[in-house]
Write a protein that binds this ligand. Structure first.
Ligand code: B12
Ligand SMILES: *[C@@H]1O[C@H](CO)[C@@H](O)[C@H](O)[C@H]1NC(C)=O
Length: 135
């Protein structure tokens, strides 16, 4: 008798409003790669993160899908993954260049997250902008 009760509890959970999203779904995002230092064509890719998943998960998924997107990062002891290169273009401390992380939200606001790719949790239909920039 215990198993059927558990099963019906699980079914009930799935039927509760709001709950299915936590089980299923993909949160679609776009990734725009752009260069503000040396003019070069932008590239846009589509990928997704899992429910409440972190950005780097979607970036890894995109990289593995072989759509021409690749990236490397270094692990910072305090802040986690720090983006080093995108599509072969490497940041240079000497030239004071880095990969800035920006997010264009569905309300068309562009924000500069105060966390990196290992901490940022994208929202559905966010356009993540990886912008080669100087500081
Ligand atoms: C200077 C600075 C930068 C410089 C670092 C280059 C340099 N050589 O100066 C630049 C402009 C590149 C930078 C970039 C970013 N930064 Co910054 N940065 C700082 C700042 C003001 C000082 C760091 C420092 O020099 N510490 C002293 C040295 C001696 O210690 P250190 O451990 O060697 O410092 C290194 C790390 O801090 C690392 N670093 C800097 N920022 C970041 C961000 C992330 C996510 C990681 C993993 C590492 C990292 O670079 C430093 C130099 O090598 C701090 C705030 C603060 N007051 O501490 C924010 C700070 C560390 N940065 C922050 C953020 C969010 C970013 C960005 C993600 C911003 C963005 N949206 O693009 C990007 C990183 C993107 C990426 N490529 O992954 C946050 C991190 C919070 C968090 N929990 O993730 C902080 C705390 C500021 C904030 N907004 O609150 N940053
Ligand atoms: C995201 O975009 C898809 C497809 O255009 C749409 O069906 C969905 O409602 C959007 N979600 C949000 C939260 O904007």
């Amino acid at each position: 008798m215990k198993i059927p009760i558990l099963l019906s509890a699980a079914l009930l959970l799935l039927l509760l409003p709001g709950v299915p999203a936590a089980f299923s779904s993909q949160t679609p995002i776009k990734i725009l790669v752009t260069n503000s230092v040396t003019p070069s064509p932008d590239r846009t890719y589509s990928t997704y993160v899992v429910y409440r998943g972190i950005l780097i998960g979607g970036m890894r998924r995109l990289q593995m899908s072989n759509k021409g997107f690749k990236f490397t990062y270094k692990e910072d002891a305090n802040y986690g993954p720090s983006l080093q290169s995108v599509n072969g273009l490497v940041r240079s401390p000497k030239r004071r260049t880095y990969w800035q992380l920006l997010v264009q939200t569905t309300s068309d606001k562009t924000i500069r997250p105060n966390v990196g790719i290992g901490c940022y949790i994208p929202n559905a239909n966010d356009t993540i902008i990886l912008k080669y920039s100087t500081y």
